[in-house]
Design a protein around this ligand. Structure first.
Ligand code: GAL
Length: 504
C-alpha cells in the first residue's frame, strides 16, 4: 500500500481527515538492509565537504562521468548567486562544467551570473574554495528521499543506511545519484539549550554518525525542516516530536552544518513565505555548501515562478511547483501540467521541482519510464522515492539510463517545454541542449490508445535539412531524417525520447 502523504490546498480537507492515521502508515514494514556494501567512494570529507563556502572556489579537477556529473569545479553556485555578493568573473567559463573539466570559479560563475542576470545582483563572492566536488545545483540534484516509500514511521537509521548501500550496489551512484535524504519525522523536539534532537529510537547512532556513513560512500546527506513551529507531520499527522525551525534558523543551520548535512528540504507547512530567506541566509552563514530545496506552497494557489511574491530563484536552489505527488498516472500528468509554463524560472543553480519520483512505487513500467522521461526533459530534480534495495530490473533500468539522465543533467540547464500538440493527448516537448543545434525531444502520448507522433524541425527551431535522430531508450541511432521525424505506434502513457542534432 502506498504511503499516504500530507496534502494541501484543495486537498487539505482530505489531509485533515487523515490526522492521526497518516503518520502511522508506511508502504511496507522495514526489512533488513541489503547489507554488505562496503565503501566504494571517497572517504569522509574527501570529495564531499570540500568545495569552499563560496562560489568561486575550487581548483577544479577533471569532470567524471561526462555530462552526468560535474566534478572538480567548485563552490556554492546557486546560493552565492542568490545572495548576490561581489561581482563574478566566472560566468563565461560555465561551459567548463559542460566539458566536465571545471576551471576555477566556472561553476559558481554559471549560477552567479544567471541569478545576476535576472536581478542585477551579482554572482559569486571571491573567496576561494579548495577542491570542490560538484558545483552546488549547477545541474538538477539527483538522489533519494525517504518520504514516498517510508513516510513518517518507516524512517530510521537502518533504512537510510540500506539505501546508501543500495546506491552503490545497484549502480545508482555511478549513474549520478548522490543525495540520501531524510524527510519528516527524524527529529525529537529540542534539548534544553534549544538545539534540535534526533529521534534516538529511530537513529540510535545519531545523525552525525549517519552522515559519516553516507559520506564514507562518497554520497551526501539531506534533512528536512519547516519554517513553522511544527513540521507537516507535526501539524497534520500527530507527530508531536516534529518541531519546526522558525525562530531557530541560525541554531538549526549551524546544527545541520555541524552534523555534516549537505541538503535541506524546507517545507512551508503553513509557515510564512518570508521565512524562506531567513533560512537561506542562516545556511549561507554556516559557510558549508548546503543545497536548499523549498516547498513554498501549502494552501490556495501554489507559489511558482510565474505567480509568487517570493523571488524563488533568488531564494533557493529548487522549489516545489505543486502539491504532493502520488504513484498514479493522473498525478504524474497533474505535475507535468503544473510545471509546463514554469520553464522560464529554471536554470543552473535554481530549478523547478515537480516533486519526487514515484518510479517503482506502483506505476507500471511503461508509465514509470514516461514519468522519468518527462522529469528529465523538464530538467527536474531526480529524487527517487522507492525502496532502492528491492527494485525490479525494469525500475533499475529506468532510473539508471545514462542517456536519459544526460538530458536532465545537461549543463545548459534549460527546462524543456511543449512545442506542439499534434493531437488530443499528444505532445511534442523540446529541450535545448548544450552543443550546436542539439535538442532532446519527448514524443509524449498521454492518452489511452497508441498513436503516431511527428516532430517537425521547425518546431524545434532547427534548420530544415538533415538531422541525425537517436532513440534514447532504445539506445539506437535511427539515421538522418530531413525536416521531420515520425514515431509510429507510440504506446499509451509512454514517451519516445529522442536526441536530434542538425547536420552542419
Ligand atoms: C509535505 C511535503 C512532502 C513531505 C511531507 C512530510 O508537505 O510535500 O513531500 O515532505 O510534507 O510531512
Amino acid at each position: 500500500m502506498l504511503m499516504r502523504k500530507w496534502l494541501s490546498g484543495s486537498r487539505l480537507a482530505v489531509a485533515l481527515a487523515m490526522i492521526g492515521v497518516a503518520c502511522g502508515e508506511t508502504s511496507h514494514p522495514f526489512e533488513a538492509a541489503a547489507g554488505g556494501a562496503s565503501s566504494g567512494g571517497s572517504g569522509k570529507g574527501g570529495a564531499i565537504n570540500a568545495g569552499g563556502s563560496q562560489a568561486s572556489g575550487g581548483g577544479g579537477g577533471a569532470g567524471t562521468a561526462g555530462a552526468l556529473q560535474t566534478s572538480g569545479g567548485a563552490g556554492n553556485g546557486g546560493m552565492s548567486g542568490v545572495a548576490g555578493a561581489a561581482a563574478n568573473t566566472g560566468g563565461a567559463s560555465g561551459g567548463a562544467v559542460a566539458a566536465g573539466g571545471a576551471t576555477s570559479g566556472g561553476a559558481g560563475g554559471v549560477a552567479g551570473s544567471h541569478a545576476g542576470g535576472r536581478t542585477g545582483a551579482g554572482g559569486s563572492s571571491g573567496s576561494s574554495g579548495g577542491a570542490g566536488s560538484s558545483a552546488l545545483a549547477a545541474t538538477p540534484p539527483m538522489g533519494w528521499n525517504s518520504w514516498n516509500a517510508y513516510g513518517c514511521n518507516g524512517l530510521n537509521e537502518a533504512v537510510v543506511k540500506s539505501m546508501a548501500d543500495a546506491f552503490i550496489t545497484t549502480g545508482m551512484k555511478d549513474a549520478g545519484y548522490e543525495y540520501v535524504n531524510l524527510d519528516d519525522c527524524w527529529m525529537d523536539g529540542r534539548d534544553s539549550s534549544g538545539k534540535l534532537k534526533w529521534n534516538a529510537s529511530k537513529f540510535p547512532a545519531g545523525i552525525p554518525a549517519l552522515a559519516e556513513y553516507i559520506h564514507g560512500k562518497g554520497l551526501k546527506i539531506g534533512i528536512y525542516e519547516t519554517p513553522n513551529t511544527k513540521t507537516c507531520a507535526g501539524l497534520y499527522g500527530g507527530y508531536t516530536a516534529g518541531v519546526g525551525s522558525v525562530g531557530h534558523e541560525t541554531t538549526d543551520a549551524q546544527t545541520f552544518a555541524s552534523w555534516g548535512i549537505d541538503y535541506l528540504k524546507y517545507d512551508k507547512c503553513q509557515g510564512q513565505l518570508s521565512a524562506f530567506a531567513v533560512m537561506r541566509d542562516a545556511l549561507k552563514a554556516t559557510g558549508r555548501p548546503i543545497f536548499y530545496s523549498i516547498n513554498p506552497g501549502d494552501q490556495g494557489p501554489f507559489c511558482t515562478p510565474t505567480n509568487c511574491s517570493l523571488n524563488l530563484p533568488m531564494t533557493a536552489n529548487m522549489w516545489r511547483i505543486g502539491f504532493d505527488i502520488s504513484a498514479q498516472w493522473s498525478e504524474v500528468i497533474r505535475l507535468i501540467d503544473a510545471n509546463k509554463e514554469q520553464y522560464g524560472g529554471a536554470g543552473p543553480g535554481h530549478w523547478n521541482d515537480p516533486d519526487m519520483l514515484e518510479v517503482g512505487n506502483g506505476l507500471n513500467d511503461v508509465e514509470g519510464r514516461a514519468h522519468f522521461s518527462m522529469w528529465a526533459i523538464m530538467a527536474a530534480p531526480l529524487i527517487t522515492g522507492n525502496d532502492l534495495s528491492k527494485m525490479s530490473a525494469a525500475t533499475k533500468a529506468t532510473l539508471t539510463n545514462a542517456e536519459v539522465i544526460a538530458v536532465d543533467q545537461d549543463p545548459l540547464g534549460k527546462q524543456g517545454r511543449v512545442v506542439a500538440t499534434p493531437g488530443t493527448n499528444l505532445e511534442v516537448w523540446s529541450k535545448e541542449m548544450s552543443g550546436t543545434n542539439k535538442r532532446a525531444v519527448a514524443l509524449f502520448n498521454r492518452g489511452s490508445a497508441s498513436a503516431s507522433i511527428t516532430v517537425q524541425w521547425s518546431q524545434l527551431g532547427l534548420p530544415q535539412g538533415a538531422a541525425t535522430v537517436r532513440d534514447l531508450w532504445a539506445a539506437k541511432d535511427l539515421g538522418p531524417s530531413t525536416g521531420s521525424y515520425t514515431a509510429t505506434n507510440v504506446a499509451s502513457h509512454s514517451v519516445v525520447m529522442l536526441e536530434i542534432v542538425s547536420s552542419p
